[in-house]
Design a binder for this molecule. Structure first.
Ligand code: SF4
Ligand code: SF4
Length: 110
């Protein structure tokens, strides 16, 4: 990829991801999430980023859910009807840098 194209892509990706900073988003789009309305973060992260609210590694091909990369931070928890995969202890997609790298990888691989 041409250097100028890469620089432009990186800047736009940074700008886009930045729009999903929890503190910013709760003010600009409070209707999007009850967490914004209640000012309660779903993950205990200082700079929670909401771009990947649904982690791209979450395996939805399995009824109970799962983690495609087998993160040690996810685990199955019991429910009334069986079990469900719980990601609440995993911060992976909610760090700005991780979200940025996931998105850039998608752009540059296609
Ligand atoms: S990551 Fe999703 S559920 Fe969590 S605060 Fe952001 S928008 Fe809400
Ligand atoms: S455990 Fe982490 S990496 Fe795996 S699906 Fe859940 S949030 Fe994504």
């Amino acid at each position: 990829m041409h250097e100028l194209a890469r620089e432009t892509l990186e800047k736009r990706t940074n700008d886009l991801i930045g729009e999903y900073d929890f503190e910013k988003r709760k003010k600009t789009h409070p209707e999007e999430c009850i967490c914004y309305q209640q000012n309660v973060k779903c993950h205990n992260l200082e700079n929670l980023n909401c771009f990947f609210c649904l982690c791209p590694n979450y395996d939805m091909s399995i009824k109970e859910g799962g983690c495609k990369i087998n993160s040690p931070n996810g685990k199955y928890i019991p429910t009334m009807k069986g079990k469900i995969f719980d990601c609440s202890a995993c911060n992976f997609p909610h760090e700005k840098e991780d979200a940025r790298n996931i998105l850039l990888k998608v752009y540059t691989e296609n």
